[in-house]
Design a protein around this ligand. Structure first.
Ligand SMILES: O=P(O)(O)OC[C@H]1O[C@H](OP(=O)(O)OP(=O)(O)O)[C@H](O)[C@@H]1O
Ligand SMILES: Nc1ncnc2[nH]cnc12
Length: 170
């Protein structure tokens, strides 16, 4: 299946010059959504993974079904101010703007093997920050898996030493 056929590209959103990769058109198609999660599962099948972590919000719609498909747990990395327990937090830059992410301090036990999953790798800021937070908790990062990679933004370069896999590249 060519997943690009299901991803809508919207020019100049949310800012002029940004070509927004809209995955809602893939998510609403049951067979395409399932095929995407199955294909991501295949990309990480040789890894030993205890937990998947995914950043709010689109990381949830990829990370949680991938965790279910693998039969393992899911940890939400949320925008600051949304988690009720004690957190560790960090601020980061995006292709458009900046934001602050948080993770529950007790969500990962030291030494647990964590795969990060998200819909899209752009500048890599979100995932580099997520990795920092997971490492602060003693988690062992076994890789990062994406539905989409924007190769022209070189996000991989921010993730040196991390095994990065993606289904489609623009
Ligand atoms: O590689 P980066 O430059 O960090 O960009 C990628 C991130 O940007 C988007 O999330 P966004 O922060 O827009 O939030 P959303 O998922 O709530 O829409 C996307 O879902 C990734 O998480
Ligand atoms: N071009 C883009 N399309 C969709 N989500 C994004 N997040 C960061 N850059 C993006």
């Amino acid at each position: 299946m060519d997943f690009k056929d299901y991803i809508r590209v919207i020019p100049d959103y949310p800012q002029p010059g940004i070509r927004f990769k809209d995955i809602t058109t893939l998510l609403k198609d049951g067979p395409a959504y399932k095929a995407a999660i199955d294909a991501m599962k295949e990309l990480v099948k040789d890894k030993e993974i205890d937990l998947i972590a995914g950043p709010e919000a689109r990381g949830f719609v990829i990370g949680a079904p991938l965790a279910l498909a693998l039969g393992i747990g899911f940890i939400p990395i949320r925008k600051s101010g949304k988690l009720p327990g004690e957190t560790v937090e960090a601020t980061y830059d995006l292709e458009y703007g900046n934001d602050r992410l948080a993770i529950h301090s007790d969500s990962i036990k030291p030494g647990q093997k964590v795969l990060i999953a998200d819909d899209l790798l752009a500048t890599g800021g979100t995932i580099a920050t997520s990795i920092d937070l997971i490492k602060q908790l003693g988690g062992d990062i076994v890789g990062a898996a994406f539905l989409i990679e924007l190769g022209y933004l070189s996000g991989r370069d921010k993730l040196s030493g991390i095994d990065v896999v993606s289904l489609v590249t623009y």
